[in-house]
Design a binder for this molecule. Structure first.
Ligand SMILES: *Cc1c(COP(=O)(O)O)cnc(C)c1O
Length: 406
């Protein structure tokens, strides 16, 4: 393991030319694409074209002429191959949180004799908060079981299994196929949160017969800050599915302006209000770049980057315990280490131009975006971390001050 080896791997990397499709500031090593994906080089021109031409000149005509009205489905269709879904099963809209609400509610409606929603402790907070919000109104009964106890906890009370495919903190990846089968065997439905999966790890919802999924547009799909999320409903459930946010854009004929609500027959039934066109334009551009690379190449690169880094870290920063699975097939596109002062370490690294991130209370995280990260990035980040640890510079007061966002 050496810089020379990282450079050799970069020279042989089939995705090496893709890095130029993103704007990465000079002097910055970016290992946080799992929190906010980098800016695609073509995005500013694309977004400004939508603003200037479609909005500025087309005005309201662009709903038809520029296909704005179809954008949620169109962008969903571009995301579909990244998660093993078909066109018409995925829609880009709202935030992950809102999509979770719609689909947890929808799943509970499909299992009226059951109320329990099984998840795991330490799941991403919004997933638990949305579930607890429904529980507070008597609509769901949450049950949390540790990852290795989930199958035992699947009994005849469970309506829905709600899990993150890749855990945001540890990077541990669930066996999507096995747990989906186990849930179905228990008569339950499954809702996967693919926020840390889409665009980086293998996901095949169709072959696993998953029921529902949600995912994030601003992480590996590079849709920009606050990009819309996406929602997936298996074709077989579309007809019966009911969701609670019965806004006009989910109507079968929004422009009939009828008093009575009739849900759209297809995936559009998940829409509530008017789609956010400028945000969708950015997401469309980012998702296209990723989908164009293809899942197989993304996964191969992601695993190679994280495995190179894991092995190098074991030598360069041996005192930091790595909490991510050692088996590349059992983890997402990230590595996490524990340190009591992980926050200050992450800040000191940023001062040296290495952007990873911190997750409370003590996790330092590096995310690997296969479309633009290089092996040399990973090597450099570890060397800088070594220097931060050796110098003790992280103890400086300025690195221990927390902003509103950590
Ligand atoms: C990033 C992320 C979210 C984000 O939810 P928003 O409502 O879009 O802010 C949700 N769940 C998981 C697991 C995430 O990693």
């Amino acid at each position: 393991m050496s810089l020379a080896e990282a450079q050799r791997l970069d020279a042989a990397d089939p995705l090496r030319a893709r890095r130029a499709h993103f704007r990465l500031p000079e002097g910055i090593t970016y290992l946080d694409g799992n929190s906010l994906g980098a800016l695609p080089d073509g995005a500013p021109a694309h977004i400004s074209g939508v603003v200037e031409r479609e909005w500025g000149e087309g005005l309201v005509r662009s709903w038809n002429d520029a296909g704005w009205i179809d954008m949620p489905r169109r962008v969903g269709t571009k995301i579909a191959p990244l998660i093993g879904a078909e066109a018409g099963e995925v829609i880009a809209c709202d935030s992950v949180s809102v999509n979770l609400f719609k689909l947890i509610w929808a799943a509970l409606c499909m299992r009226p004799e059951r109320k329990t929603v099984l998840s795991e402790p330490g799941n991403f907070p919004t997933d638990i908060y949305m579930l607890n919000g429904l529980a507070g109104r008597g609509l769901a009964v949450p049950r949390l079981a540790a990852a290795d106890m989930l199958e035992q906890a699947l009994d005849s009370d469970v309506a829905l299994l709600l899990l993150p495919h890749v855990h945001y903190q540890t990077g541990a990846m669930h066996d999507l196929a096995r747990l989906t089968r186990a849930a179905h065997d228990a008569g339950a439905l499954v809702l996967w949160d693919l926020s840390h999966s889409a665009g980086a790890v293998p996901v095949d919802l169709a072959s696993c017969e998953a029921d529902f999924a949600v995912g994030c547009g601003y992480k590996y799909l590079n849709g920009g800050p606050g990009a819309p999320g996406f929602a997936y409903v298996a074709q077989r459930h579309l007809k019966a599915l009911e969701q609670p946010l019965t806004g006009w854009m989910g109507h079968s004929d929004p422009f009939s302006f009828r008093d009575d609500y009739e849900a759209a027959p297809g995936i559009e039934k998940l829409l509530a209000g008017t789609p956010s066109i400028l945000a969708l334009a950015a997401l469309e551009h980012g998702a296209e770049l990723i989908a164009d690379i293809g899942v197989a190449a993304l996964v191969a690169k992601s695993r190679a980057l994280s495995e190179f880094t894991r092995q190098a870290a074991a030598r360069i920063i041996p005192e930091l315990p790595c909490i991510s699975p050692a088996d590349p097939a059992a983890r997402g596109s990230q590595l996490s280490w524990r340190h009591d002062s992980a926050f200050a370490l992450s800040q000191a690294l940023i001062a040296r131009g290495v952007i990873g991130d911190f997750r409370t209370p003590d996790v330092l995280r590096f995310g690997f975006a296969p479309a633009y990260n290089s092996f040399a990035d990973c090597w450099h980040a570890l060397e800088q971390l070594r220097a931060v640890l050796d110098s003790g510079e992280w103890q400086r007061e300025e690195f221990n001050r927390r902003g509103r966002v950590t």
